[in-house]
Design a protein around this ligand. Sequence first.
Ligand code: BGP
Length: 455
Amino acid sequence: MNKDFLWGGSTSAFQFEGGGRLGGKGASIYDTREAKTGVTYSIASDFYHHYHEDIRLMKEMGFKAFRMSIAWTRIYPKGIEEEPNQEGIAFYKDVFQELKASGIEPVVTLFHWDMPQYLVDHYNGFYSRETIDFFAKYARTCFEEFGPYVKNWLTLNENNLSMLIPWMYLNKESEVAKKEPKQLAWDCYYNSLLCHFLAVKLCHELVPRAKIGNMMASAFAYPLTPKPADVFAAQKHNQETMWDDLDILTTGQISESLVKRLADKGVKVKSSLADQALIADPLAKIDFISFSYYFSLCMQDKGQPADSKAETMQMLYQAYYNPYLKKTDFGWQIDPLGLRIFMNELYSRYHLPVMVVENGCGVECDKLEDRTVHDAYRIDYLRQHIAEVVKTVDEDHVPVLGYLPWGCIDLYSASGNKDKRYGFVYVDFDHQLKRYKKDSFTWYKQVIASNGKEL
Ligand code: BGP
């Protein structure tokens, strides 16, 4: 393992930062959701008030990197203002300086789903072209203000899935929301794609010493059986959920095959010459591929009667359970070797360095006893995955830049469930958000100190 390997952990603003509307922050879609569901995203793990303590804990574990996202609404409260919010800028500068002083590189996601509510209400999020300009302005501000502190940037979290969840950023009462769903999904995705390209280009122009990557969700599927039709189903699934997106990001064009496949579904790709020039701009090419990996999937031929013994794994996509794998209590199948297979596949396709920016096992069974949590199950899960990362680097010689497991300090799950925990540090959400080191804290510290040798 390279001595510069980025060991660390990963979070996002809406799930971790809290701080509510303090410091002039505007409402994101999660703040609005809070009013409806009662899930207290405005507090979450309250990194806003605990960052000194949290960074101390990360330093104690030996973190080399920490992934966090910037809340767009902390910089531009509505998304549309002329001038950025200086208090928001000061907050993040403070965090970055403290990370730097602790020897920890920030890995910063520009957009982790927390769209300004104003842009949803008035522009239907990524549906509108205006949002691209607002996003570009936000990204420019981030690079100009934080460029001196941040060497590693990620654009939009899990953007390959944005075609599957366009309604996240739509005003459901608007006329737009009633449009033909496939075209609507593509149009939203396409505009978010332009946001990605603009951000990459701006980053290369404004912070030339920095590196910037995409962030994709692994939806990696095996065929359920060696039946050629199942192999083809898996191939199609991987193409449509991951490679179509990555092919655009890395080749600088929307392939004719994709345009025709979309046309077969009644979806039109409207791409201006200026868009095409941006997509093809060498400055708009990513430096590395980052991704989340929690499980692998199995696919079978949809045209055939479903294998009655195959259990369905209902996610964003209909997939099947792999009879050779165990699964978590949340039904996510545990596949450490799948991570190695996936990274090899990525590298052989795109020849770019890769970075694991999310991985982990969310459980509801963490129990605080005598100021700690005995989380052998977490250690077991991470040990197996890290072992595969090490082999991918040392035996397959794939350039893996870092391993940043998800929710390194407990945070809210994307679904709002604060009892689904991933961290090395327990956050007592019922008692002043006090922090406690779990058994995995000491274990991970030794993993980092030995550069992945002592697992
Ligand atoms: C990814 C998201 C994260 C995170 C993670 C775990 O898709 O990028 O924000 O939440 O999944 O999922 P969950 O929170 O549902 O356990």
